[in-house]
Design a protein around this ligand. Structure first.
Ligand code: HEC
Ligand code: HEC
Ligand code: HEC
Ligand code: HEC
Ligand code: HEC
Length: 236
């Protein structure tokens, strides 16, 4: 079956039941062909540049560290003060979304600590005006991808595996590409990336597991790898 029939075809692109239905009208098909031809030329001529671009960190945004409305530091709060991630990302174990802290969470401490600091002014303004702080997203997947935090966290995948050494970041940055290829890299063979329950929320990466420990973890978390590579797992 031809998906893109030629414009000279007898039915001229008109869909008649039971015939070899063309996908598009002949006019659209011609336009599509011209378009595709152009695109192929363009890609061929810029092949070298495209390769360089796809393999650079620019493309997948690794290192992206936007300026936030408050100079919040994970290095201080999660690293030095050893605050648990769940104090501020409260739904990470129970829902698809990790969740972001409300201004009220900051004020449980900052209504007392550093009250006179300029750096905290936006926090107090947010509270006084009852307008949430507008944090700028560091990691974001396209809408056509389905992702769920709770599944990963409950199956032994820790935060730093996907978000890097958060406990060292004075400014939060994207440290993994989060591309399809990257997701599949783990879905193909999750064993080496799992860690014990006690290390899931660590702000620094724990030491690697031995082969035996990996096997035990795969078993104790009841990991099912059969469906992990299916398109419909992530594109629903
Ligand atoms: C568990 C308590 C606690 C919570 C909750 C907390 N902080 Fe802090 N924060 C601290 C402590 C302690 C310091 C260090 C104070 C110092 O060194 O003077 C600090 C320092 C800061 C500073 C640097 C102040 C300066 O200029 O020295 C900022 C900015 C800040 N916090 C923002 C936030 C924001 C935003 C939130 C909410 C998302 C938050 N903090 C939640 C305890 C907390
Ligand atoms: C005191 C509150 C607090 C704690 C504790 C905390 N975070 Fe955060 N987190 C924030 C705030 C505020 C932001 C938004 C500002 C920023 O990106 O730095 C944020 C942003 C993030 C982001 C970027 C999300 C995005 O796409 O924009 C990640 C990833 C993250 N936190 C992971 C962690 C991990 C992992 C831990 C524990 C090791 C942790 N956080 C502990 C408050 C906290
Ligand atoms: C398997 C990889 C993976 C793990 C493990 C993981 N995250 Fe994420 N995280 C992501 C991805 C991907 C996004 C972007 C999601 C989106 O755009 O829909 C994200 C987004 C976030 C955000 C932004 C808000 C949101 O929910 O979209 C925060 C905060 C965050 N993660 C914190 C954490 C914390 C804390 C942990 C550990 C308890 C953690 N993450 C574990 C991959 C992961
Ligand atoms: C470091 C390893 C790792 C990475 C990276 C990772 N995953 Fe997973 N993923 C897992 C494990 C383990 C499971 C749980 C398998 C099970 O249910 O037993 C899982 C399960 C899932 C599921 C649920 C499947 C179901 O049972 O319904 C989805 C959806 C998913 N991952 C999407 C993603 C996406 C999208 C990314 C990339 C942004 C990603 N994952 C990155 C390890 C990973
Ligand atoms: C483990 C999760 C996962 C699985 C399984 C998966 N994808 Fe994806 N896919 C992603 C993520 C994440 C993105 C967005 C980031 C990117 O473009 O790399 C994506 C993007 C795409 C895109 C858009 C590319 C673009 O340039 O915008 C297509 C098309 C796609 N996937 C097709 C597939 C097909 C076909 C399969 C099955 C063979 C599949 N995916 C399986 C996670 C997955």
């Amino acid at each position: 079956m031809t998906l893109i029939p030629s414009a000279a075809e007898p039915n001229g692109g008109v869909n008649s039941p039971g015939s070899n239905r063309p996908l598009f009208s002949s006019r659209a098909t011609t336009l599509l062909r011209v378009g595709l031809g152009g695109a192929v030329l363009l890609v061929a001529s810029s092949g070298f540049m495209a390769t360089a671009y796809f393999h650079s960190d620019q493309w997948d945004g690794v290192g992206f560290a936007p300026k936030q409305p408050v100079g919040f530091s994970h290095r201080l709060h999660a690293g030095e003060l050893r605050m648990d991630c769940r104090n501020c990302h409260a739904s990470v174990e129970t829902s698809a979304f990790a969740g972001m802290p409300s201004t009220q969470v900051c004020l449980t401490c900052h209504s007392q600590i550093s009250r006179d600091k300029r750096t905290l002014r936006p926090v107090f303004q947010s509270s006084a005006r009852n307008v949430p702080l507008q944090w700028i997203r560091v990691t974001q997947l396209p809408d056509h991808v389905y992702f769920d935090h709770s599944i990963h966290v409950n199956k032994g995948v820790g935060c730093t595996t996907c978000h890097g050494e958060i406990g060292r970041m004075a400014v939060t940055e994207k440290s993994e590409p989060l591309t399809m290829r990257w997701c599949l890299g783990c879905h193909r063979d999750p064993g080496p990336h799992l860690r014990p329950l006690t290390e899931l929320f660590a702000a620094a990466s724990p030491p690697p597991q031995t082969r035996e420990q990996q096997r035990d973890l795969l078993r104790s978390y009841h990991i099912r790898i059969e469906d992990l590579m299916n398109c419909s797992t992530c594109h629903r």
